[in-house]
Design a protein around this ligand. Structure first.
Ligand code: NAD
Ligand code: TYD
Length: 355
């Protein structure tokens, strides 16, 4: 079996659901269900014995060691993190705790467990750390996309905490030979993404007749990847990646934010037209920019393509259509995640921006 952390969040949920459609290998899912974790995402697995959910914190060494000793996983995939840049700007403490201390505790307990394994299992064991392209900092237009050797230059408390965790992963391989793998992926989109991130926020606000907030001039560029393509890449790296190596994963889909927002609006105009004859783009509102906002991210994914044969299956056009349709079809999920604490966050983040 394998152990995943953060498997009730956006990417973790998609990974767990995909895993169990492709394999009967059991998954232990350790997640402490922060605002971003939602067990409803995994409701279809309620009676599935292959999925063992444990509510717990990756900072809890005693719990992790007991899980490792009891279940003896052949691999760990670490998705658990605080993941939203704007929250890291408002309140960085939790990012240091989960992303840095949590990864450290996970590594330390794994090192202790791994040291007890018999040779064959020790050799086959893998610790896969899920990271982000944001650790590389910001590109200007025309600069080459990030490859695995690009220098680390994180600019937000979020990316700095992820960079720190990547360095710990690297050090545990270098110092202790722990068989680690790291993936640095670009912006994901797709089903189950919490509506604090750009694409689901735009969909949710559009459908509730709210302003569609675009930071600054809307010309910041992100490289978008459909979440299931990311999950495919993770499975491939787990099975075929070389210990100690890093793999960059991206969709070759660089788009300015304003174009993303217009694309979502146009899809909604077709799939769910407003009843008053207006068009969704009329809700777009430019708001005060994010402090320290990175201008451009772009991933060079040649290494994973050439060495492991990965290729994304979705184009941006097919992926975004599926995503908008998923949010339209899952309105009860959307409502259930917009609790009181969600509304508090929206007030906190957007009030000062002139919305
Ligand atoms: P998310 O915020 O949707 O989910 C994070 C999950 O981790 C939640 O279920 C949460 O409850 C859980 N969690 C948080 N702190 C925890 C703790 N201390 N112990 C146990 N569980 C905890 O995040 P996501 O978008 O699914 O991202 C998953 C991983 O992928 C993160 O490591 C993130 O840095 C990385 N990543 C995300 C993107 C993206 O676009 N979303 C892109 C590249 C990399
Ligand atoms: P986000 O989804 O928060 O991901 P990240 O900051 O990790 O890239 O934001 C994606 C881009 O969209 C980023 O450049 C910030 C911008 N953005 C807006 O313009 N308005 C918003 O309300 C949000 C949440 C993000």
């Amino acid at each position: 079996m394998i152990l995943v952390t953060g498997g009730a969040g956006f990417i973790g949920t998609n990974f767990v659901l995909d895993w169990l459609t492709q394999s009967d290998e059991e998954i232990i899912n350790l997640d402490n269900l922060t605002y971003a974790g939602n067990l409803e995402n995994l409701a279809s697995l309620k009676d599935d014995k292959r999925h063992i959910f444990i509510k717990g914190d990756i900072c809890d060494s005693t719990l992790i060691l007991s899980l490792l000793t009891k279940y003896k996983p052949r691999a760990i995939i670490n998705f658990a993190a605080e993941s939203h840049v704007d929250r890291s700007i408002q309140d960085p403490e939790g990012f240091i705790q989960t992303n840095i201390v949590g990864t450290f505790r996970l590594l330390e307990t794994t090192r202790a467990y791994w040291g007890t394994l018999e040779l064959e299992m020790r050799q086959k064991f893998r610790f896969l750390h899920i990271s982000t392209d944001e650790v590389y900092g910001s590109l200007s237009n025309g600069e080459e996309a990030f490859d695995e050797n690009h220098r680390y230059e994180p600019n937000s408390p979020y990316s700095a905490s992820k960079a720190a965790s990547d360095h710990l992963i690297r050090a545990y391989h270098h110092t202790y030979d722990l068989p680690v793998l790291t993936t640095n992926c670009s912006n994901n989109y797709g089903p189950y993404q919490f509506p604090e991130k750009l694409i689901p926020l735009i969909i949710v606000n559009a459908l509730t007749d709210k302003p569609l907030p675009v930071y600054g001039d809307g010309q910041q560029i992100r490289d978008w990847l459909y979440v299931k393509d990311h999950c495919d890449a993770i499975r491939l790296v787990l099975e075929a990646g070389a210990p100690g190596e890093t793999y960059n994963i991206g969709g070759r889909n660089e788009k300015p934010n304003i174009n993303i927002v217009h694309t979502v609006c146009a899809l909604l105009d077709t799939l769910h037209p407003r009843t008053d004859g207006k068009r969704y783009h009329q809700q777009i509102t430019f708001v005060t920019d994010r402090p320290g906002h990175d201008r451009r991210y772009a991933i060079n994914s040649k290494k994973i393509e050439c060495e492991l044969g990965w290729k994304s299956a979705e184009t941006f056009e097919t992926g975004i259509q599926k995503t908008v349709q998923w949010y339209l079809d899952n309105q009860s999920w959307v409502q259930s995640v917009q609790s009181g604490t969600y509304r508090l966050w929206i007030d906190k983040n957007y009030k000062g921006r002139g919305l």
